[in-house]
Design a protein around this ligand. Sequence first.
Ligand code: ADP
Ligand code: ASP
Ligand code: MG
Length: 417
Amino acid sequence: MARLVMKFGGTSVADLDRIRNVAHHVKREADAGHDVAVVVSAMAGVTNQLVQWCGQAAPLHDAREYDAVVATGEQVTAGLLAIVLEDMGVNARSWQGWQLPILTDNAHASARIVDINGAELVKRFEEQKQVAVIAGFQGIYKDSGRITTLGRGGSDTSAVAIAAAIQAERCDIYTDVDGVYTTDPRVVAKARRLDKIAFEEMLELASLGAKVMQVRSVELGMVHNVRIFVRSSFEKPENIDPAKPPVGTLICDESEIMEHQIVTGIAFSKDEAQITIRRVQDKPGVAAAIFGPLADANINVDMIVQTVSADGKTTDLTFTVPSADYERAHATIEKSRGMIGYERLDGATDVAKISVIGIGMRSHVGVAAMAFKALSGRNINIRAITTSEIKFSVLIDAEYAELAVRTLHALYGLDKA
Ligand code: ADP
Ligand code: ASP
Ligand code: MG
């Protein structure tokens, strides 16, 4: 008998039939004698609708009220799943974030969990085998008592945090694909499911664009050593043989992975924008004059490339920012023009960042060079490059994103046979 967390994402609870299917999965584990805490997302599309309503009510609105609105989606699914479970004869009750409580900081709309009280859940497991159905994505700011949310995709983080709080043996993330793939299987048909992936690799994949797990959930899993298993909610509960290992991907410590491929996966993101400052004076203090104001404006700068300008005397500085911050970044640089001293500001939003990730890169040289050659073979121009220990990224024209991903996927031997 084990203690389990089971998390179901939006597509998995999209309507009452799917919620019934989820209930069967929960019953399967409860009947096997396990103590179960379930974490649910809002029904597919609901959070988007709620976010849209906030924007339509007033483009500039109080983040605390935004949270009060967008947290409601999860409340509905938690209640509905508890109703269906009870109807199936499973002892269950729903919990909202404030009821446990799940305490967070006050960064409304992207709050961080600071503490979870799992004592009542454990007591109810022990005393009455009650299944806990917890609304994901939400918490409460301890000082004000106001509802907070954890950022888009935050139910993954709720699930992993609860798993750590109740010391669950495993945190199963049930979603609409049957595991973590070498790249998004909806974009590359030849993507392969990974049996295991190291926390560090998953962290890079998630932060570089693979939305299968929220970045913070992977961070938390790594810190608290939670075994996270990504699997499909669409597998029929009655077809699952408890005697066989389930189909899915285990996110685990790298020491558990016997053989590392050089490249594990490829992520991509079209949520980037490029800014190039032309003919900047090449003198000390210029980088500070550019990036200081951007940091003050809370704009996250990612790739930075400095090249000699066409005149041979000044430099061109290229960097990327999240596309949502593009206009603001542009305006911030223009405001600092006097301090920086440049000739022209260029920009592009139709760009994509393709990232190649693998722990094996630590011990292999020339991995990135292979990619540059393969991309040039396809006539894909690279606008910027960044590298770190276990990954490198290239910025290219958005229209070539899929081609580049497919090319690199094949290049590193990731295509399935
Ligand atoms: P949920 O609603 O269950 O949280 P998400 O839509 O947030 O599900 O995440 C699942 C989706 O992530 C998949 O449908 C898939 O398109 C996408 N995805 C992106 N990269 C990957 C990857 N490397 N492996 C698996 N899925 C991926
Ligand atoms: N419902 C929230 C969202 O769509 C949280 C989640 O699904 O993880 O972002
Ligand atoms: Mg998700």
